[in-house]
Ligand binder design. Structure first.
Ligand code: 5GP
Ligand code: ZN
Length: 110
């Protein structure tokens, strides 16, 4: 499968990894939109949020809590941050492997 995020997960292409465990990987976005711009991805290939199912429930909960934990570690939890997942064409999804953007470190416009 020709999926850029699966290649990052398999360490076939490099990325600036921020967090990793058996279920998820977090790495810096290569074209950051904010001082903090980290992508959180499941290690399992899931195309987008609507392709996730009941079996992914605990992994998704774990992923969201890991985002909050990372925001705390980076010290952006008090000022605030944004979590975004783009779904499909109208949502602006470019990479078709489910990912959550953690954005912060500045006052974000919409
Ligand atoms: P989407 O629009 O699909 O939600 O966003 C995909 C994001 O992945 C973009 O912000 C883009 O900069 C980032 N991205 C795409 N390819 C790579 C890559 O090879 N490495 C890294 N670190 N980020 C990537
Ligand atoms: Zn993938």
């Amino acid at each position: 499968m020709d999926c850029i995020f699966c290649k990052i997960i398999k360490k076939e292409i490099p990325a600036d990894i921020v967090y990793e465990d058996d279920q998820i990987l977090a790495f810096k976005d290569r074209a950051p939109s904010a001082p903090v711009h980290i992508l959180f991805v499941p290690k399992k290939h899931i195309q987008s949020l609507v392709h996730a199912d009941k079996g992914d429930e605990s992994m998704l909960g774990h992923l969201l809590l890991s985002i909050a934990e990372t925001a705390k570690k980076l010290g952006i939890d008090e000022r605030g941050f944004r979590v975004v997942t783009n779904n499909g064409k109208d949502g602006g999804q470019i990479v078709h492997h489910l990912h959550f953007h953690l954005l912060g470190g500045k006052k974000l416009g919409w």
